[in-house]
Design a protein around this ligand. Structure first.
Ligand code: NDP
Ligand code: HSE
Length: 434
C-alpha cells in the first residue's frame, strides 16, 4: 500500500521528536497502522537550522495545506494564530488533523470539532494533555462504561519540575525554569506554565471528555505556583503533605468544580510522589474506582509518542464509516450536557493557612474566634517563632468548608491589623473518595 503523506506545521521540539521516532521505528509503526507514515514537508518560520532527517522545509504553509497528496496535517506550531486558520484550511481542504496544541483546543476546540464533524474528518489531540501519557484514550475509550466522579492531575511538567527541584535541592525558581526552557519542556511563554494557564487548558479538555460537556476554558479557576515559598513546602511536609500543582475537575450535585491551584496532598498518595517532569492523572470512575496514569508530561519524544499514536489511529480509520469513529469529546456531539460549572465560592475543600502575626496575648484567640464564627474547624496547628522575636508564624490546616466562608474569614482576620503580611492559603485535597 502507498504510504500516507503527512504535512507538519511546525518543526521544533515536538516536530523533531516525530521525525526521530519515525526514522527509528517507522517500519514497526507501519506494521501497526497498515501503511507507512511519510513526512512530505514541514512549515517553519526560519529555514536556517540543523535538519538531520532532511525534512523538506518551507515557510509557506499553503504548500502543505493545499497539497492534494497530503492526507493528514500535524499542527505542532502552538498558539492560536495562525494555527487556527491553518487547521480550518486543512479541514476545508478535506485533510484530517492531529494537533498537540492544548491552548487552541481548549479555547477554539468547540468550533474546530464542529467543522471537522461537518467535513467528516478527524481532529486528534492526544498530545495536548500530559505529553506522552495516553490519557485521552484512557478516559474516552478505556473508561467509557464509567460515570467519572472526579479527576485530579499533575498536568504541567515544567511546574512539577520546578516544585521538585525547589523541594529536593533547594534550587532557585528562576534557575529551574530556565533549565526547563532549555530542555524544551516550557511553553513559548513560560508564564503559561508557572501561572497555571497551560494546566487549565489541559483541565478544560479532560473535563469535557470526562463529563461530556463543551470546552469551557473561561470558567476554570486558575492559580499558579509563583507564590509557593520554601517555608510552605517545609510546613506542609511537617503536617504530612506534599505540595503539587493540580488540575481538579469534580462532578457535584449542583455542577462541576473546575480548578487549577497548588494543593497539599497526603504524602502517602502515589500522586503526591510524582516528581520532576513526570505527570500523573488520577481518575475516579464509579465502576472502576480510582485509576492512576503516570508518565513523561513533556519533552520531544514523549510528546511525539502521543502524536504518532494519533496518526496511527487516523490511518487505521481512513476508510472507515465516519459514524464508527470515537467522538472528539467522547460523548456524541449532539449529546453534550449543559451541566453548570460552579464558581470558586461554591467549592468545598480543606485549607492550609500560614499567617505571620504579632506575638502577643490575645492574637491567636482573635484569629480562632473569627474562624469559629465562620464555621471553620482547625485540624492541625503549629506556631514558629520568627527571628525578630516580635512576630510568630501561625500555621494550620482546617477541615473542609465552603470557599466563600474561608474567604470571608481571611478578610476579617486581615482587617484585625495583627498580621505582618497577607495570609498564605493553599487548598488541601485528600484525593480518596472525595
Ligand atoms: P517549538 O517552539 O519548539 O516549535 C514550534 C515550531 O513551530 C517551530 O518550528 C516554529 O518555527 C514553528 N512556528 C511557530 N509559529 C509559526 C508560524 N507562524 N509559521 C510557521 N511556523 C511557525 O514548540 P514545541 O515543539 O515545543 O511545541 C509545539 C506544540 O506542541 C505547542 O502547541 C505546545 O504547546 C505543544 N506541546 C509541546 C510539548 C513539549 O514538551 N514541548 C508537549 C506537549 C504539547 P521556527 O523553528 O522557525 O521558529
Ligand atoms: N509546557 C508543557 C509542560 C508542555 O511543561 O507540561 C507539555 O504540555
Amino acid at each position: 500500500m502507498k504510504p500516507v503523506k503527512i504535512g507538519l506545521l511546525g518543526f521544533g521540539t515536538v516536530g523533531n521528536g516525530i521525525a526521530s521516532v519515525l526514522n527509528r521505528s517507522g517500519d514497526e509503526i507501519a506494521r501497526r497502522a497498515g501503511r507507512k507514515l511519510e513526512i512530505v514537508g514541514a512549515c517553519v518560520r526560519n529555514l536556517d537550522r540543523n535538519n538531520p532527517y532532511n525534512i523538506a522545509l518551507t515557510t509557506d504553509a499553503n504548500l502543505l495545506l493545499d497539497n492534494p497528496e497530503i492526507e493528514i496535517i500535524v499542527e505542532i506550531m502552538g498558539g492560536h494564530n495562525p494555527a487556527k486558520k491553518y487547521i480550518t484550511q486543512a479541514l476545508n481542504n478535506g485533510k484530517h488533523v492531529v494537533t498537540a496544541n492544548k491552548a487552541l483546543i481548549a479555547v477554539h476546540g468547540n468550533d474546530i470539532f464542529k467543522l471537522a464533524q461537518e467535513q467528516d474528518l478527524m481532529v486528534a489531540f492526544e498530545a495536548a494533555v500530559a505529553g506522552g501519557i495516553p490519557i485521552i484514550k484512557i478516559i474516552r475509550e478505556g473508561l467509557a462504561s464509567n460515570q467519572i466522579e472526579w479527576l485530579a492531575g499533575i498536568i504541567n511538567g515544567t511546574g512539577n519540575f520546578i516544585l521538585t527541584e525547589m523541594k529536593e535541592k533547594g534550587r532557585d525558581f528562576a534557575e529551574v525554569l530556565a533549565q526547563a526552557q532549555a530542555l524544551g519542556y516550557a511553553e513559548a511563554d513560560p508564564a503559561f506554565d508557572v501561572e497555571g494557564i497551560d494546566a487549565a487548558h489541559k483541565l478544560t479538555i479532560l473535563a469535557s471528555i470526562a463529563f461530556g460537556i463543551p470546552l469551557q476554558f473561561d470558567k476554570v479557576y486558575i492559580e499558579g505556583i509563583t507564590k509557593i515559598t520554601r517555608e510552605d513546602v517545609q510546613y506542609a511536609d511537617e503536617f504530612g503533605y506534599n505540595i503539587k500543582h493540580l488540575g481538579l475537575a469534580k462532578r457535584k450535585q449542583s455542577g462541576i468544580e473546575l480548578r487549577v491551584h497548588p494543593t497539599l496532598i497526603p504524602k502517602k498518595r502515589l500522586i503526591a510522589n510524582v516528581n520532576g517532569i513526570m505527570n500523573a492523572i488520577l481518575v475516579k470512575g464509579d465502576a472502576v474506582g480510582p485509576v492512576l496514569s503516570y508518565g513523561a508530561g513533556a519533552g520531544s519524544e514523549p510528546t511525539a509518542s502521543a502524536v504518532i499514536a494519533d496518526l496511527v489511529d487516523v490511518v487505521r480509520t481512513l476508510n472507515a464509516d465516519s459514524s464508527n469513529r470515537v467522538p472528539h469529546l467522547a460523548f456524541q456531539a449532539d449529546r453534550l450536557s449543559n451541566f453548570p460549572i460552579l464558581s470558586q465560592d461554591e467549592i468545598k475543600t480543606a485549607y492550609y493557612l500560614r499567617m505571620q502575626a504579632l506575638d502577643k496575648p490575645g492574637v491567636l484567640a482573635e484569629i480562632t474566634r473569627i474562624l469559629s464564627q465562620n464555621n471553620i474547624s482547625i485540624e492541625q496547628m503549629m506556631q514558629k517563632k520568627s527571628n525578630s522575636g516580635e512576630s510568630a508564624q501561625i500555621i494550620m490546616t482546617t477541615h473542609r468548608v465552603k470557599e466563600q466562608l474561608m474567604q470571608t474569614a481571611i478578610t476579617e482576620i486581615e482587617s484585625l491589623n495583627v498580621l505582618n503580611q497577607k495570609i498564605a492559603l493553599i487548598r488541601i485535597e485528600s484525593l480518596w473518595g472525595s
